[in-house]
Design a protein around this ligand. Structure first.
Ligand code: APR
Length: 267
């Protein structure tokens, strides 16, 4: 029986773990910037990087733009219901839980996430801002009024290509869209202002599970460094942020973050 190789299990170098733990031990105001890789070990597809990632299977322009929604709202809504169902079935992984422990240990601890899932919240983290919106924050495509959240059954759409008619707005009868930031849309101001306020003050930034491919989110790492933060990268791969990192834990979040906490507790 061939051993199943865990794609995320990389051996974190002890010297990297020691350095990362010493930086965290010295930190008064740690924060985290997370991306899709944070939720990979919860079974949620990332956008880039592997054959099974979302943008390797569909073009963003086909699904994650206002034009795509105008042209085929059932296809777009069906795809997002499939993604909402996947999040409903997923559980926070050990990486989310480790960040929730940090949220309790440092009252300042803040999470700036590019993710639209709710796994940081479900793990118990508190100070969180979603730069790209939230899968479950529905609103009307026509009048932009919020639409009540509804329970998404785990088998909401048994395949990503199932066309589903979006619900209608209770105020104007328009069609409901997911509350995520689509390509070509402006990022909402409030999360960005919150993110820059937190990262201007933080003295250590954990950069977890992001390919550094999407601006302006990716620029927040350089921004935090400019304001004096140390940077710990948590990613099995090198990224555009590698040159900004004081230390790189080359492993999955669900392996590296509990190891980091454990090393911290032993120091
Ligand atoms: N732990 C940590 N990192 C991981 C793991 C893991 N288990 N698995 C994969 N990764 C890394 C990959 O190496 C990659 O660098 O996570 C990163 C995922 O990159 P993307 O899929 O590009 O996700 P992200 O950086 O969050 O994308 C940014 O792009 O499509 C838009 O709006 C979408 O918010 C998203 C934005």
């Amino acid at each position: 029986m061939k051993a199943v190789v865990d794609p995320y299990r990389h051996s974190v170098r002890p010297e990297d773990l020691d350095l990362a733990a010493s930086l965290l031990a010295a930190s008064k105001r740690p924060a985290a910037l997370t991306g899709a890789g944070m939720s990979a070990e919860s079974g949620l597809a990332t956008f880039r990087g592997t054959h099974s990632s979302l943008w390797s299977r569909w073009e963003p322009e086909e699904l994650a733009t206002p034009r795509a929604y105008r042209e085929d709202k059932e296809l777009v809504w069906g795809w997002y219901m499939w993604r909402m169902g996947a999040v409903a079935r997923a559980q926070p992984n050990a990486g989310h839980k480790a960040l929730a422990v940090m949220s309790r240990r440092w009252p300042y601890f803040a999470i700036v996430t590019q993710n639209v899932d709710n796994l940081h919240e479900r793990a118990g983290s508190t100070r969180i801002t979603h730069l790209h919106g939230g899968l479950f924050e529905h609103r009307c495509f026509a009048c932009a009024r919020p639409h009540p959240e509804f329970v998404v059954p785990a088998d909401a759409a048994d395949g990503p290509q199932l066309r589903l008619a979006p619900p209608r707005c209770l105020h104007c009868g328009g069609y409901i869209r997911p509350g995520v930031v689509w390509f070509g849309e402006q990022m909402p101001e409030e999360p960005w202002n919150q993110a820059t306020a937190w990262l201007r003050e933080c003295d250590l930034l954990l950069v977890i599970g992001t390919s550094a491919m999407v601006q302006p989110a990716a620029s927040l790492v350089g921004f935090a460094r400019q304001h004096g933060a140390k940077v710990v990268l948590v990613n099995p791969e090198d990224t555009g942020h590698s040159s900004l990192a004081d230390v790189h834990l080359k492993a999955g979040a669900a392996e590296a973050l509990p190891l980091l906490l454990d090393r911290l507790d032993r120091s």
